[in-house]
Design a protein around this ligand. Structure first.
Ligand SMILES: [Zn+2]
Length: 191
């Protein structure tokens, strides 16, 4: 699956919008990306899961793990495509941990999957918590890479699409300069 195909699927489901947006950071952007809006369609999630899995056919992955909440849907689909087990990590007192009785078999070959990698921070935290539990984390993957390939998580990493979502301070925003109203997405109402 190419970057263009991924972007087309996101756009078709309204998960990648173009316009003038206020991001949760307060910065303004001409793009808004929300993976959950494409992953709400199980057939799309399945397609992305298969595409990610195709990169790891020869790696004998036994376990796929994802950081909650964003990674759960896509991680589950990757695990299904690889015939692997699937678990997730979540924060407890700010620290990424395995809860719910999830455990790792020492040396278990593990793939960490997220929906979007921006800095690689949550993937890295997930990898570390799995390594502490004894997993052999051999790679990481995401649908979207917003780091332009820069995020280093210490293991081999792939993404289906590399996508720059530039954001700027409102004081230097071209769209604001032109007087275009900014939309705050994700309010739960349809545009
Ligand atoms: Zn603006």
């Amino acid at each position: 699956m190419t970057t263009e195909e991924v972007i087309a699927r996101f756009k078709a489901k309204g998960a990648l919008l173009e316009g003038h947006f206020v991001l949760s950071s307060g910065l303004h952007s001409t793009n808004y990306l929300q993976c959950a809006l494409v992953l709400q369609y199980p057939q799309e999630a399945e397609g992305f899961g298969r595409a990610i899995a195709s990169h790891f056919k020869d790696d004998k992955i036994r376990l796929v793990a994802s950081p909650a909440i964003g990674g759960i849907v896509i991680g589950h689909e990757v695990a299904r495509a690889l015939g692997a087990r699937f678990i997730w990590t979540e924060r407890e007192n700010g620290k990424m941990t395995l809860r719910r009785g999830f455990s790792v078999i020492p040396g278990e070959k593990t793939l960490v999957v997220e929906d979007v990698i921006t800095t690689g921070g949550s993937t890295l935290e997930t990898i570390k918590s799995l390594q502490v539990a004894g997993a052999d984390v051999i790679a990481a993957a995401s649908i979207i890479d917003r780091s332009m390939g820069e995020a280093d998580v210490g293991v081999r990493r792939i993404a289906l699409a590399t996508l720059e979502v530039p954001s700027v301070d409102p004081s230097v925003c071209d769209s604001c300069e032109r007087g275009e109203p900014a939309i705050k997405p994700g309010s739960g109402t349809r545009q």
